[in-house]
Design a protein around this ligand. Structure first.
Ligand code: ADP
Ligand code: MG
Length: 300
């Protein structure tokens, strides 16, 4: 199959690469062309996933696609941005039709669910599977949610269960085709796009939790020049996680595991998330109610 045919057949499908109010030209020319209303700003974010580094390369192509698009869209959610479209750079060791069909079906599912069509990209052959996705979103001028802005006295919130991503990883590495509930979360960490939009005007700072709650909250602390007191008893843990792991191990995944793609944010008051602590004066994140003498946790 020629590169041109491959793009036509798998990427330039109506269900995947439709035009919308913002995209006036999509796949098929040298560039995509976007219309951005003058009262809006464009938000961009890019993620690269390398086979056997960020996911087992023999995982289902459908799952690889849903994960790649979900984790990238999660950055738009964190800014309160509305998706416009995405571009895809893919490096493939070989052009296998069955693989490409399932991969593009995975993209279609998430593109449809979050109304974020494919609008261009690049296709190359190379020794390992590499997928780079860049998402483009819009936000009202000056309204994007940032990591700076948290104030002493604000409360700290998360949008949902923590630790599922970290808890899923050992299972996914053992069996890349496993489809239990934790593995499902790993392959399809649905981005909190709707919540992100609602947090505009409510959250003082926001990010998506990709590297572990404590580390990510530290980013808000640093950018906002504040500290946080977190109560580990308030951190929501899923039943799936607690079925697989003891509470302490589950909490460790919740605090340091990463791959959750929930939003963590600060606000004076919010009824949209789960309160886990508060913003205080000082530096860094303190977690109460968790044994801090365990290896790896001294500095929390
Ligand atoms: P050029 O040589 O001008 O860079 P290409 O031949 O690489 O153009 O791509 C032709 C068209 O197909 C372009 O519109 C490009 O955006 C699109 N395209 C190529 N690869 C992909 C891909 N993986 N996903 C989506 N669109 C793609
Ligand atoms: Mg060109």
């Amino acid at each position: 199959m020629k590169e041109f045919e491959l793009i036509e057949r798998y990427f330039k499908q109506k269900k995947l690469a439709w035009l919308n109010d913002y995209i006036s030209l999509g796949i098929g020319d040298d560039c995509a062309v976007l219309d951005i209303p003058s009262d809006m700003q464009l938000c961009l974010s890019m993620d690269t996933l390398v086979g056997d580094v960020h996911f087992p390369k023999h995982a289902k192509p459908f799952d690889i696609a849903t994960r790649a698009l979900c984790v990238t869209l999660s950055d738009l959610a964190a800014m309160g941005s509305t998706p416009v479209g995405f571009t895809l750079a893919i490096t493939l060791p070989q052009a296998e039709e069955a693989w490409l069909k399932q991969f593009s079906d995975g993209l279609i599912e998430i593109a449809q669910q979050f109304q974020c069509p494919l609008m261009g990209g690049d296709t190359t052959k190379g020794p390992v599977l590499v997928i780079s996705i860049q998402v483009h979103g819009v936000v009202k001028k000056g309204m994007a949610l940032m990591r700076s802005g948290a104030c002493v006295g604000d409360k700290v919130y998360v949008s949902g269960n923590m630790g599922d991503g970290g808890g899923a990883l050992p299972l996914v590495l053992k069996d890349s085709k496993s489809s239990n509930d934790l593995a499902k979360h790993f392959w399809k960490p649905l981005p909190q796009i709707e919540l992100g939009k609602k947090l505009i005007g409510n959250a003082s700072a926001c990010l998506d939790v990709s590297d572990g709650l404590v580390q990510d909250l530290n980013h808000i602390c640093r950018n906002s020049q504040v500290a946080m007191d977190i109560d580990s008893n308030l951190i929501p843990l899923s039943n799936f996680l607690l079925e697989k792991y003891e509470r302490e191990a589950a909490l460790k995944y919740a605090l340091t595991g990463g791959d959750d793609y929930q939003l963590a944010y600060t606000a004076k008051h919010s009824d949209k998330g789960i309160c886990i602590g508060e913003v205080v004066k000082g530096e860094g994140v303190k977690v109460a109610g968790f044994e801090t003498n365990k290896k790896g946790f001294q500095h929390f």
